[in-house]
Design a protein around this ligand. Structure first.
Ligand code: NDP
Length: 265
């Protein structure tokens, strides 16, 4: 069954709006260049912020900006006392070193946890935990298969699920396909953050038990439409609960970021 993340996200935003009321929170997004996907993500973040009462600003710099100039701009922003939170929209052009720029953002403003040590759960795992809580999905004793081990999704998600007493299998590009398949078939929850369409196929799903598939992947199909890591042909498996793409974890990620900002002050 499809999980209606759209309705769930709207309900969560109502709660976040109440938390933000009267705080006058100010959120900044640093963007370099004019990447169409980044423009779309930023548009979504601005809309969300407006809905819950967070004042959001985009600081957009030209594609060829040097590391030194961008350092100066970010230093100015974080020291200007005009922002509560700041993120750097990825990807950055090749001439820029993200690690060095992230160092300039104080941990208390780093709501995307780009540093890896800030007191915020990165937005996608945060949104996933909020969804699991909403669904009443207790991870204790469950087998969760995390496919992908990136710093912003797979790695923190695996650690958080372990913290909630799930038994976690972490799979990556060197996991043999037959091992991945068997792990998925034994899983209670599969989180896929690979970024390859039709990656989750029917033979990886176990129709003899209820499974939850959380599809983080964002890909394009032959018609250029957005799709996740799952082959949509598996959506008719009636023992499978799944998040669709679009209208799934992208919305929960946005809610995760809002929740992090709303916790400030
Ligand atoms: P990365 O693109 O950084 O990494 C992909 C991961 O998939 C790597 O860990 C890689 O393994 C693993 N992988 C690649 N091929 C295989 C394979 N054949 N079998 C098993 N694992 C494999 O991951 P991100 O987390 O940044 O992004 C993943 C996807 O999620 C992308 O489509 C991205 O666009 C999307 N995304 C969506 C978000 C949302 O809001 N919905 C937020 C963030 C990302 P290895 O480590 O060995 O290279």
């Amino acid at each position: 069954m499809k999980i209606d993340c759209k309705t769930i996200a709207e309900k969560m935003k109502e709660e976040i709006k109440k938390k933000c009321a009267g705080k006058g929170l100010r959120f900044g997004i640093v963007q370099v260049g004019d990447n169409p996907a980044s423009n779309a993500y930023i548009k979504g973040k601005m809309k969300d912020c407006a809905e819950v009462g967070i004042e959001a600003s985009v600081f957009k710099y030209y594609e060829g900006i040097s590391q030194e100039s961008l350092r100066e701009k970010i230093s100015f922003l974080v020291n200007s006392n005009t922002l509560d939170a700041l993120i750097i929209q990825l990807p950055l052009p090749e001439q820029l070193c993200l690690e060095e720029l992230v160092d300039l953002i104080p941990a208390k403003m780093d709501v995307d946890n780009l540093k890896g040590t800030s007191p915020f759960i990165p937005a996608t795992p945060k949104g996933i935990l909020m969804l699991l809580d909403y669904l009443g999905e207790d991870l204790c004793g469950k087998h969760l298969v995390m496919i992908g081990r990136s710093r912003i999704v797979g790695e923190p998600m695996a650690a958080l699920a372990t913290g909630r007493n799930a038994t976690v299998s972490i799979c990556h590009s060197k996991t043999p396909p037959n091992v991945l398949k068997e792990l998925c078939r034994s899983a209670d929850i599969i989180v896929s953050a690979v970024g390859k369409r039709d990656f989750i196929e029917r033979d990886m799903i176990n129709t003899a038990k209820r499974q939850l598939l959380l599809d983080v992947g964002i890909n394009r199909n032959d018609e250029g439409k957005l799709c996740g890591d799952a082959n949509s042909e598996i959506y008719d498996i009636d023992t499978l609960d799944y998040t669709p793409v679009p209208g799934g974890l992208g919305l929960m990620t946005r809610v995760g970021l809002l929740e992090n900002i709303s916790s400030l002050r």
